[in-house]
Design a protein around this ligand. Structure first.
Ligand SMILES: [Zn+2]
Length: 486
């Protein structure tokens, strides 16, 4: 039905929603495309209706849509332009209403993604199919959202119902400076390779509590420090992520409107470190390490073939005196032939490491190795992007789940290998804020716990071989052979 000039009076309908690639298709873009479409069809745009409706499927009311239908019934418009059928309706019943209206009032419908003629049976079938596909997608989305809400609720319970994120006030915008300082400290310590359990223990003794007033646990601290929120960025769990629990890392989709507490760079590095599966096992496996050098010391007793035993030494006290020993473990090659006093060994290794760190030449060589790390960063970033792209392909059904798993496997293997390498070469972070004069470092060493000290030691040496004691000498530093990393 045309007006007197013969031009169709068209209404553009836009809907804000969270679907289509996660970020939603902007309303400005929807309107722009629809206006271009109307111009092409020679339609006269007399109204633009926009509903802010995050999900049509949830049955939320859409006042502008209702308004538009009213205008159709009153005969004020005779054409509707939408970006896609799923902008207009997602329920079959609503679609039937539209088809019915189109029938009775001769309304034409045009979509940017392809015109649909509701006046013909074929056009209606296409519309119904598109509607069904959209509904299928919406149902899946509803399922995901339900799961997410449940997880949010569970997290909320752990947080004691308090919604305030650590580091921010109740408005989620204002930085709480005392907590921001704690977050920055936590990030520094993770970058220095300290374990989450160790940081939690320290915070516990200092009385630092979560917003729920509870002591920090490694799992909670991990989520806090890996969250994009603390760098002022918004994170979105990507579609096509099929894990049963919320993945640690979502996709960073936008800058947040709130201020960041740490830099984007630090956030990216911490996220990489905390998502390293090797690290995760370490965190869950060993929570306490009272012996600084267990596993770093290697038994140096020669075997029959002349090679040294090489077994990692572990802490084993005798008569209350802490020692490192080549363990006597039946069924292994450990020779059980070497032991050394733990306290004196710790001191000796500490002094050797601090002396090395005081040497400009040694630091120069370490820095050279960190340059190799930046190439690894690049490779890791590329692999991570490829994984995301694959997940998207599968989310949008461009590849099958099987194809996805096959393609994913080789990338993940390479990724884990590179992450492991990176954790070995990324020493600048471990040592920043520590290196200084010998006396400075000795002072800082005193303030550190064993996990922090261990990070310093392993940033400098791969291992230390310990020869069996000479019974005639009380303490012999020559028994220790250092395998320096640089
Ligand atoms: Zn041995």
């Amino acid at each position: 039905m045309a007006n007197l000039t013969g031009t169709r009076r068209a209404a553009i309908y836009c809907r804000i929603s969270q679907d289509r690639g996660g970020a939603g298709l902007g309303v400005a873009r929807q309107e722009e495309d629809c206006r271009a479409l109307c111009a092409r069809l020679g339609w006269d745009v007399i109204a633009v209706h926009t509903d802010n409706d995050v999900s049509a499927y949830s049955g939320a009311t859409r006042p502008e849509w209702t308004e538009l239908l009213g205008a159709v019934r009153r005969g004020e418009i005779d054409a509707i332009a939408v970006w896609h059928v799923d902008r207009m309706t997602r329920s079959p019943r609503e679609l039937e209403d539209v088809i019915d209206l189109a029938d009775r009032h001769g309304v034409e419908l045009a979509t940017v993604s392809g015109e649909i003629d509701l006046a013909t049976p074929t056009g209606r079938m296409v519309a119904r199919m598109l509607g069904a596909a959209a509904r299928h997608e919406a149902e899946h989305k509803a399922e995901r959202q339900k799961r997410q809400r449940r997880q949010a609720a569970e997290a909320g319970r752990i947080a004691g119902g308090g919604k305030r994120p650590f580091g921010y006030e109740d408005d989620r915008m204002t930085v709480r400076s005392s907590e921001a300082e704690v977050i920055r400290e936590g990030v520094r310590r993770v970058l220095a390779n300290e374990s989450l359990a160790s940081i939690c223990r320290d915070w516990q003794t200092r009385g630092i509590l979560s917003p729920a007033g509870k002591p920090w646990k490694p799992s909670g601290l991990r989520r806090l420090l890996a969250s994009a929120r603390i760098s002022g960025r918004r994170e979105h769990t990507p579609r096509g992520s099929w894990e049963s629990t919320r993945p640690l890392l979502g996709e960073i989709v936008a800058d947040g409107v709130w201020p960041g507490i740490i830099s984007h760079e630090d956030s990216d590095r911490v996220r990489r470190i905390l998502s390293d599966p090797a690290r995760r096992q370490r965190v869950e496996g060993t929570t306490k390490r009272s012996y600084l050098l267990s596993g770093i010391l290697r038994c140096g007793k020669p075997k029959e073939n002349g090679e040294s035993c090489g077994w990692p030494m572990s802490g084993r006290p005798r008569s209350g005196v802490p020692r490192y020993v080549c363990p006597n473990v039946p069924g292994t090659d450990a020779c059980a032939g070497t032991a050394t006093n733990a306290e004196r060994t710790d001191e000796h290794v500490r002094d050797m490491v601090l002396a090395a760190l005081e040497s400009p030449a040694f630091m120069e060589r370490l820095r050279g190795q960190d340059d190799a790390g930046s190439e690894l960063y690049e490779e890791i970033r590329e692999d991570e992007e490829e994984l995301e792209a694959l997940a998207r392909d599968m989310g949008e059904r461009r590849i099958t789940r099987k194809e996805w798993m096959v393609a994913r496997q080789s990338i993940e293997e390479r990724l884990n290998l590179n992450r492991a390498k990176l954790s070995k070469v990324s020493r600048a972070a471990v040592l920043s804020g520590f290196v200084g004069t010998f006396e400075d470092m000795q002072e800082r060493w005193k303030q550190m716990n064993n996990s922090q000290r261990r990070a310093i030691v392993t940033a400098c040496v791969r291992s230390v071989e310990v020869s069996p004691a000479n019974p005639r000498k009380r303490w012999d530093p020559d028994r220790f052979v250092f395998d320096w990393v640089a």
